[in-house]
Design a binder for this molecule. Structure first.
Ligand SMILES: [Zn+2]
Ligand SMILES: [Zn+2]
Length: 333
């Protein structure tokens, strides 16, 4: 099979001819239809800090849809030839977090695409528990957006309160920021998304297609503290600090991004204004189901967010993602 392999060398990819993976009894062989490139794939490719655990060489890819081409045991026979969406995480279902419905922070979580070979190839193997049936009404290319959207839905769900009419700011206009803004808007919030001036052309301006307000970070007055909730999806330590200043008293910040630099939060402001700081990481099975529903009902708009590349053009897809020329590149093996 053809595979896009990230080599031992930083930012280097090679198309290789690999054997189709052998599967064991609890696994399925997936013929990959579409596989998204995630921010974490970019970090892994450039050997960024915090991604030392990624083996090299590796076939990246954890956001994919495909067809079940082979099953490891009789028990999964009904899945054969079904179109599915992959959940990249493998949860133990036994630890305290799993038993409380918080499998996204499972103590024994493993997964494909960053620790083991993933979906940027013609075939990939997954555990049977990692697939969800794709509804017929949802096209397979859009289905590859399920995982990043589920992460945003999880973040929005972290605020249990009513969102209707609340003023929400999403900082950062990468795909997670964009999806978080869309998910908050779907819950009736009055949403603004912010990005840098250089993000406008290829990323920030797309928010207008979803009737989401936009603001440019460089032009913002930080004393403008009118927000009930702020989602920090930018990964910028300055933006994280600013977020606290831009919340109303009693407001809430949800941290969704990961940071390469140390972040200093103004603790006295947090205390005196009773600001809550929450975090959000990954997503649960429930979030995946919600994401499938949101994608199915908003298919046409979703098409504006991604661009498809062949596997052979994988290197160019990574380059365009890195230079932020495209919000979400999706590979088609
Ligand atoms: Zn991802
Ligand atoms: Zn667990």
């Amino acid at each position: 099979m053809k595979a896009l392999v990230k080599t031992e060398v930083k930012d280097e990819f090679r198309i290789e001819n690999r054997d189709i993976p052998n599967i064991s009894a609890d696994e399925l062989l997936i013929k990959v239809e579409y596989c998204g490139i995630c921010g974490s794939d970019l970090h892994a490719a450039s050997h960024a800090k915090g991604y030392e655990f990624v083996p090299k060489p590796i076939i990246l890819g954890h956001e994919f849809s495909g067809i079940v081409a082979k099953v490891g045991s009789e028990e999964n026979k009904s899945l054969l030839n079904q179109r599915v969406i992959i959940m990249p995480g493998v949860f133990c279902d036994e630890c305290e977090q799993c038993r409380n419905g918080r499998e996204n922070i499972c103590s024994n979580i493993t997964g494909i695409g960053l620790r083991t070979d993933g979906g940027m190839a013609e075939y990939a193997k997954v555990k049977a528990q990692q697939v969800l049936l794709k509804p017929d009404e949802l096209p397979s290319d859009i289905a590859a957006l399920t995982e990043p959207l589920s992460v945003a839905i999880h973040a929005v769900g972290r605020i249990g309160d009513e969102m209707l009419g609340k003023k929400v700011l999403v900082q950062g206009c990468g795909i997670i920021g964009m999806f978080t803004a869309i998910a908050a808007k779907n819950r009736g919030a009055d949403v603004t998304i912010s990005g840098l001036q250089r993000d406008w052309e290829h990323r920030l301006s797309l928010a207008e297609k979803f009737d989401i307000n936009t603001e440019i970070f460089e032009n913002v007055d930080v004393r403008d503290n009118r927000f009930d909730y702020i989602y920090e999806c930018s990964g910028s330590s300055i933006a994280a600090e600013n977020a606290i200043k831009r919340l109303k008293k009693g407001g809430m910040m949800v941290v969704v991004a990961l940071y390469e630099q140390k972040v200093e939060l103004p603790m006295n402001v947090i205390v005196r204004s009773e600001i809550n700081v929450l975090s959000s990481y990954g997503s649960t099975r429930k979030d995946f189901h919600s994401a499938i529903d949101v994608l199915t009902t908003n298919k046409e708009q979703m098409r504006k967010l991604f661009r498809i590349y062949s596997l052979n053009d994988g290197h160019a897809a990574f380059r365009d993602a890195k230079s932020q020329k495209v919000l979400k590149p999706i590979l088609k093996p």
